[in-house]
Design a protein around this ligand. Structure first.
Ligand SMILES: [Fe+2]
Length: 248
C-alpha cells in the first residue's frame, strides 16, 4: 500500500479570473496543473499557501471551483499573500479539512502556519506556539513524518529569496533534527523546484502553479507550472517528483 499526496502551491488567484501575474493568467495555469493532478490520482491534497494573490473571498471561491471536483481530502496552510481569516471562512466546508495534523497509512503529516503578521516583504516565522505544537506532535507519534509549511527553512542560494524565508529557521531545524522520524519537509513560497538532503531530512521546494523563479542556468521547462507528488510507503521510505504542465 502506498499513500499518494499531491502538493499544490502558490496558486495566486485573483478575484477576476482573467488577471495575469507577470504575464500568466493564474486561473488558466491552475486549470492545467489540476488536470495533471487528476491524472496522477492522489489520495490526499495539500495546498501550501499564497492560494490567492490579494486575499479576496471571490479568489478563494475560484480556487474551490478548481479543487472541489477532485473530491480529495484537502489540507491547507496560508502563505504571505493570503488573508487567514478569509481563507478559513471560505474553506470551512468539504473537501477542506482544517486539521493541522493527520495520520494515514503509517505516516504522520504536520502542517505549520509560517506567516508573520508584521512581515514587511513576505518573510516567514515559526512562532513559539507552533514550535511547541510541532515538538508535542513529534513526541506523541514516532511514525514517519512529513512537515509542511509555506516558507523555506533552508537557503535556496538566491540572495533576494533567501532574505524572505523562515527568519528563525535555526530554532525550527533544531527541533526537527531531534526527531529521527522526520523524513521530509515540504514548502512553497520559492516558486521553484528544490530537493536537498540536510541532516538526513529531505527538503522539497515545489514550483508554483503559475510563474516560477528562475535561476540563471534554468532550462526552459523549469518555467512551466507544476505540482509535487509524494509516494509514501508503509516501510517509511518515499519517492517524490515534480510534474509540470506544458503551457499553451
Ligand atoms: Fe507565492
Amino acid at each position: 500500500m502506498v499513500l499518494k499526496i499531491a502538493q499544490i502551491t502558490d496558486t495566486h488567484l485573483f478575484a477576476d479570473r482573467k488577471t495575469a501575474m507577470r504575464g500568466l493568467v493564474t486561473w488558466d495555469s491552475l486549470g492545467d496543473v489540476v488536470a495533471e493532478v487528476r491524472d496522477w490520482k492522489p489520495d490526499v491534497l495539500l495546498l501550501t499557501g499564497d492560494l490567492t494573490h490579494r486575499g479576496e473571498p471571490q479568489a478563494y471561491q475560484h480556487l474551490i471551483e478548481r479543487i472541489a471536483p477532485l473530491n480529495l481530502p484537502t489540507y491547507y496552510i496560508p502563505g504571505n499573500h493570503d488573508q487567514v481569516d478569509v481563507l478559513n471562512q471560505e474553506f470551512k466546508d468539504s473537501p477542506f479539512l482544517a486539521d493541522n495534523v493527520f495520520q494515514r497509512q503509517g505516516w504522520q503529516v504536520l502542517l505549520l502556519d509560517s506567516t508573520l503578521e508584521t512581515a514587511e516583504s513576505g518573510e516567514g516565522y515559526v512562532s513559539e506556539a507552533q514550535l511547541q505544537e510541532l515538538e508535542q506532535s513529534l513526541t506523541a507519534c514516532s511514525q514517519p513524518t512529513v512537515v509542511v509549511l509555506h516558507h523555506h527553512p533552508i537557503p535556496m542560494g538566491i540572495d533576494w529569496l533567501d532574505t524572505i524565508g523562515v527568519q528563525n529557521s535555526q530554532a525550527f531545524l533544531n527541533c526537527l533534527t531531534r526527531f529521527p522520524q522526520v523524513k521530509l519537509v515540504l514548502f512553497g513560497h520559492v516558486h521553484l523546484k528544490f530537493d536537498e538532503l540536510y541532516q538526513g531530512i529531505q527538503f522539497c521546494g515545489t514550483p508554483s502553479t503559475c510563474k516560477q523563479v528562475l535561476r540563471e542556468e534554468a532550462r526552459e521547462q523549469e518555467a512551466y507550472p507544476g505540482f509535487r507528488g509524494l509516494r509514501l510507503f508503509e516501510d517509511g521510505t518515499y519517492q517524490t517528483e515534480v510534474i509540470r504542465s506544458h503551457p499553451g
